[in-house]
Design a protein around this ligand. Sequence first.
Ligand code: ATP
Length: 230
Amino acid sequence: MIELDGIDVSYGNIQVIWDLDLQVTEEDTVVSIVGPNGAGKSTLLRVMSGLHPVDTGRVSVWGTDAAGLNPTAIVEKGFVHVSEERNLFGDMTVRENLEMGAYTHRDSLDDTMQEVFDLFPILEERSDQLAKSMSGGQQQMLAIGRGLMAQPKILALDEPSEGLAPQITDRVFGKIGEISEEITVLLVEQHVNRALNMAERAYLLENGRVVREDTGTGLLESEHVKDAYL
Ligand code: ATP
């Protein structure tokens, strides 16, 4: 489980997260973090991944203080973050990209890759193709597939619908629903409606603070969300 306890976060001397508490446990199916541009959503994922430090407060990763863990150790504990940029290796094949994702679990690579192919048959069909030759939707599926190769207990997805056509977004969200039947998904999204509809619990972030925490439907039905985001 990942727990943020009273964290403040800055870039240089500009504070962007204020006294923030948040929890994701393996019992959760989908936890969504929604909010406007610049609210601090991606920063939270970077903090959880050990890519950015907190000024004050504590980040606990399955009971261990993240301050003492490097990003690889956090992946090994079970938290995997698929960033907004996707960070694929364009000149490597689909299969090679998936292999890169398994760096913490080399011994079970073949079995895990088969599971990823079962979820995303297109990746098996295109396994020898260069990543850069895939469409945007396929690249997003590859980025998610590569995240799954690390066998996460919690998979964090930053704006998985970014840059995708609505029909492709539907398909990607369908897959995220399937993934959440097996493991916990932490979803950061600007598509508020969609992200809240599938969330068991959700946080609304504004200006670096959690302004509301509720069930997905609870938030969706709140006047504040209806007025400001729908
Ligand atoms: P978006 O959906 O636009 O990515 P977000 O909610 O994910 O928004 P963050 O990207 O976490 O928000 O940004 C939070 C704040 O931190 C913003 O004010 C942003 O300008 C600032 N910020 C983000 N990354 C950096 C950085 N590398 N250096 C300086 N400031 C940053």
